[in-house]
Design a protein around this ligand. Structure first.
Ligand SMILES: [Zn+2]
Length: 403
């Protein structure tokens, strides 16, 4: 830690969502008042009064699909070596993670600081749980979260990256992780990885019902095979009363289906309260973001892993990824670009266990300032983050991380 970050009492002269200049009042890490900024009133000379210089204010960005345990961020370049299939990448990662110190608190800390530098203050992170590591990865992530002093609010998905049923003992590990406080348990291509979609999903839903945790399944399987597995999830969600607690990550199938089939599936997902997270991948059929949201399927945006044994890509900049989501979704109108910013921030509250995550009274004081004319300008340009406030403390300024 370089030095103790400044605690904010008033963040003066900012433009929330591009609106009129306002002062955000903060206490105990929360927004206590939002008042019009009066330029005639001089700033009180007191600790904690921060000048926002009329910059555009957004809520802290929410990374709804991260893997902060498996990056080599901060280490010398690692040439990509895996085969370009899901199974090839799993094997490559298992073969080489130890030599890179993955998982390790130092690499996770490097990722968390990089996320903060880019204005992300809340994450839902998958953390590998497997027969080799047990739950050590989760302990490592908790240690790194502690090291940034609560600057990153996190929910953890205990993630069976190496498969569930095909690795006997993993279901027990997921159950143990849930009992020990992981907010969600993950799954992975129940059909193509375990070759038993009913079996994997039944196993996951039994744990979720018993422990009261959420389910967040990585589903790369496309087309009809992917859609079939989403239907299995819909049935089980309704049967178990887990509406609002089940997420499909990636879900490429949804973007690939013919229009009428897609519309039926999206409607059924909405009725079951299933959510989706996307990483705005280039080269995959884009998700029908508007249709999903209109059907009540909340959509979250995440970076996926950055710079890891799966791929050298990824910077951790969720606002730049918002630009990518908007472009891939062919957003052009202002209201669409604002919706993209909402997906990356306020509308993602549910993905990190928050009731509210916005620039409003009662919300956590997580704020990002950028030099932009308005929200659409910020989304298409992703300018540098001038100031990042997390839980009421200045955690990054002009690209320097202060925790
Ligand atoms: Zn992922």
């Amino acid at each position: 830690m370089t030095h103790s970050p400044e605690t904010v009492t008033v963040l003066r002269n900012v433009r929330p969502w591009g609106g009129d200049a306002a002062d955000l009042h903060v206490a105990d890490g929360r927004v206590t008042a939002v008042t019009p900024h009066d330029p005639a009133v001089p700033a009180p000379a007191a600790d904690g009064v921060v000048d926002g210089r009329g910059l555009l204010a957004l809520p802290g960005l929410v990374n709804a699909h991260a893997h902060v345990d498996k990056s080599w961020w901060g280490k010398p370049w690692v040439s990509y070596g895996g085969e370009a299939t899901t199974q090839g990448r799993i094997e490559h990662e298992r073969a080489h993670r130890d030599e890179l110190g993955i998982p390790g608190a130092d690499v996770t800390l490097a990722v968390l600081r990089e996320l903060l530098r880019h204005g992300t203050t809340a994450i839902r992170t998958h953390v590998d749980v497997d027969l080799g590591l047990g739950l050590r990865g989760i302990e490592v992530v908790r240690e790194a979260l502690e090291a940034v002093g609560g600057a990153v609010h996190a929910e953890i998905v205990a993630f069976p990256q190496d498969g569930v049923l095909r690795r006997p003992g993993v279901l027990d590990l997921l159950d143990e992780a849930a009992a020990a406080g992981a907010e969600h348990i993950g799954g992975l291509d129940p059909a193509s990885i375990d070759r038993d979609p009913v079996g994997q999903l039944d196993g996951l839903f039994a744990i979720a019902e018993r422990r009261g945790v959420g389910i967040d399944v990585h589903l790369h399987d496309g087309g009809a095979l992917g859609a079939f597995q989403i239907e299995l999830m819909i049935e089980r969600t309704l049967r178990a009363g887990l509406q609002g607690k089940v997420n499909v990550a990636h879900g490429f199938a949804v973007g690939e289906l013919p229009a009428s089939r897609q519309a039926d599936l999206v409607a059924a997902m909405g009725e079951a309260g299933i959510t989706m997270t996307t990483v705005a991948p280039i080269g995959a059929a884009p998700l029908p973001v508007h249709a999903l949201r209109e059907a009540g399927v909340a959509v979250g945006l995440g970076t996926d892993g950055i710079r890891d044994l799966w791929s050298p890509y990824g910077t951790g900049d969720l606002l730049a990824l918002t630009t990518q989501l908007a472009r891939l979704s062919r957003f052009r109108h202002d209201d669409e670009l604002v919706a993209a910013a909402r997906i990356a921030s306020s509308d993602a509250a549910r993905f990190v266990g928050r009731d509210v995550h916005d620039l409003v009274v009662g919300a956590p004081a997580d704020v990002v300032l950028v030099d932009a004319e308005n929200v659409p300008d910020a989304v298409v340009r992703a300018p540098g983050r001038a100031l990042v406030v997390a839980a009421g403390r200045v955690v990054a300024r002009d690209g320097d991380v202060l925790v």
